[in-house]
Design a protein around this ligand. Structure first.
Ligand SMILES: Cc1cc2nc3c(=O)[nH]c(=O)nc-3n(C[C@H](O)[C@H](O)[C@H](O)COP(=O)(O)OP(=O)(O)OC[C@H]3O[C@@H](n4cnc5c(N)ncnc54)[C@H](O)[C@@H]3O)c2cc1C
Length: 445
């Protein structure tokens, strides 16, 4: 069976890596000159940086985590303790915010506890779970937590009116804080907080891209860079990609990019894909002179406007001693946007002023900045999203080709979950091919 894989990010490369060369002839087409997609990294004047913001190697799935560590290379791994904070005005407050309530001013502590207890009372009396994110925050956490962190932070991250966002995506994303934890945190007793990802891993050299480099090195099939998919159409039981016939296609490029080249895509599916709005990200390397290491943190959230446009800062030189040259340190600053955003000299000034105001940098120490735009970074979870994407996925799963990946399926997945999906997909491709069955799929949790 001859298979074409569209896109050479972690999803496409993992599928190719896993398909048995004795049974499948596979070709990966990647538009960019370098493989890796959102996992890409570069070295700028001795500073390593990831293109799409702070990435860590982590998985709840032990088999996937082992696979990731094997492909990064066991001798090229640093193990780290996760230490994350919210920069709440000029304080570092533990994350999640509810567990950090004891670190707030007495007034803010009061607002948060009052709001939380009122919300718990309303829930107790049967107030239904709202379907929009803004009201969900008020329903779940109350007005104090909303005003002091959740609203400003999420408005900065999602760049939208939170009442236009669905609440369904929150499941498993926003950590749940039991009332006991909040009361304990408020009176100064220690709580465990967010135990997920207590440890993570990062490549010693090569940045996060060491993962996709390792997968590509072990891939037994043809992988082409600088080779965009420019046309795709059905042909009998198979497919024609860029004029060449294949028995099967696995797409991992973003759905809107696929729709541009898919010649006979039905109008209703195209309409649903056209309505999928990506949230983009500019990630900025901030490289500094440093006579001592950065605070011992992994990353921090910046909820407030006066902290500048970035919503998150990764303490990147803490991830690996090789990420910055001797006597230097580095941050990565993530700024999300919709549509168009020029990261020009004015924007750079705003960013550095904000970081200085937050007490994170002295501008005289900054030796360089460098930035990368990522058109597809986050998924807009508007109120129609769940229904729209369910229709698209279901059409593709029955179409005789497969679409996978963070934006190939529009699943809010980290790379470990992309790899998990690749395992699942390859199992189904092999089983269908062995039985000579139609290529239909059931891809899910
Ligand atoms: C801010 C941020 C933080 C993250 N943090 C983490 C983290 O800590 N840990 C983690 O594991 N994951 C993290 N992720 C998620 C991770 O980056 C993604 O899940 C993963 O990289 C997605 O891989 P993919 O292969 O599905 O998609 P992509 O990486 O988007 O790959 C798709 C590929 O298709 C190519 N392409 C596009 N058009 C064409 C065309 N016409 N022809 C051929 N090729 C084309 C693109 O160039 C790209 O290489 C984070 C993501 C973001 C945005």
């Amino acid at each position: 069976m001859k298979i074409c894989i569209l896109g050479g990010g972690v999803t496409g490369l993992s599928v190719a890596r896993l398909l048995d060369p004795a049974r499948f002839t596979v070709r990966v087409l990647e538009r960019a000159p370098v493989l890796g997609g959102l996992c890409r990294s570069s070295v700028v004047d001795g500073f390593t940086c990831d293109h799409a913001g702070g990435h860590i190697v982590f998985s709840k799935n032990k088999a996937v985590l082992d696979w990731m560590l094997d492909h990064v290379g066991r001798d090229n791994i640093v193990e780290k303790d996760r230490n994350t904070r919210i920069r709440w005005h000029h304080r570092y407050v533990p994350y999640p915010f509810e567990n950090g309530v004891g670190h707030l001013t007495p007034e803010a502590k009061f607002d948060c506890l009052k709001g939380y207890l009122e919300a718990a009372d309303r829930r107790e009396r049967g107030e239904p779970c709202p379907t929009d994110f803004e009201n969900w925050v008020l329903w779940k956490m109350g007005r104090g937590f909303a005003e002091h962190f959740m609203f400003p932070y999420n408005r900065k991250l999602w760049e939208c009116d939170l009442s236009k966002m669905a609440s369904a995506w929150v499941a498993g994303r926003v950590p749940d804080a039991p009332v006991d934890d909040i009361l304990k945190a408020a009176v100064g007793l220690e709580t465990k907080g967010y135990v997920h990802q207590a440890k993570f891993w990062f490549p010693l050299t090569g940045g996060f891209q060491a993962l996709t480099d390792g997968i590509a090195r072990a891939c037994p099939h043809e992988v082409l860079t600088d080779t965009p998919c420019e046309s795709l159409r059905r042909s009998g039981d198979g497919w024609v990609v860029n004029g060449e016939h294949y028995d099967f296609v696995v797409n991992t490029m973003p759905l809107p990019e696929l729709a541009k080249v898919f010649e006979d895509l039905p109008g209703d599916v195209r309409g649903d894909i056209d309505a999928l709005v990506p949230i983009s990200l500019v990630n900025v390397l901030v490289a500094m002179k440093a006579d001592r290491p950065l605070d011992d943190l992994s990353w921090i959230y910046l909820p407030f406007e006066d902290q500048g446009p970035a919503n998150r800062i990764t303490f990147y030189s803490n991830y690996s001693p090789r990420n910055a040259p001797e006597g230097h340190a580095s941050y990565m600053a993530e700024i999300t946007y919709r549509g168009h955003y020029d990261f020009d000299a004015t924007k750079e000034r705003e960013l550095l002023q904000g970081l200085e105001h937050a007490g994170l940098v002295r501008r005289s120490d900054v030796v360089l900045t460098h930035h990368w735009h990522n058109r597809y970074a986050y998924i807009d979870q508007d109120l129609e999203f769940a229904a729209r994407i369910a229709r698209v996925r279901s059409w593709f799963d029955d179409s005789g080709m497969l679409t996978l990946g963070r934006f190939g399926r529009y699943e809010y997945h980290n790379s470990d979950q992309c790899i998990e999906r690749a395992f699942q997909a390859v199992e189904q491709i092999e089983a269908r091919a062995r039985a000579g069955d139609r290529m239909t799929f059931e891809i899910g949790a």
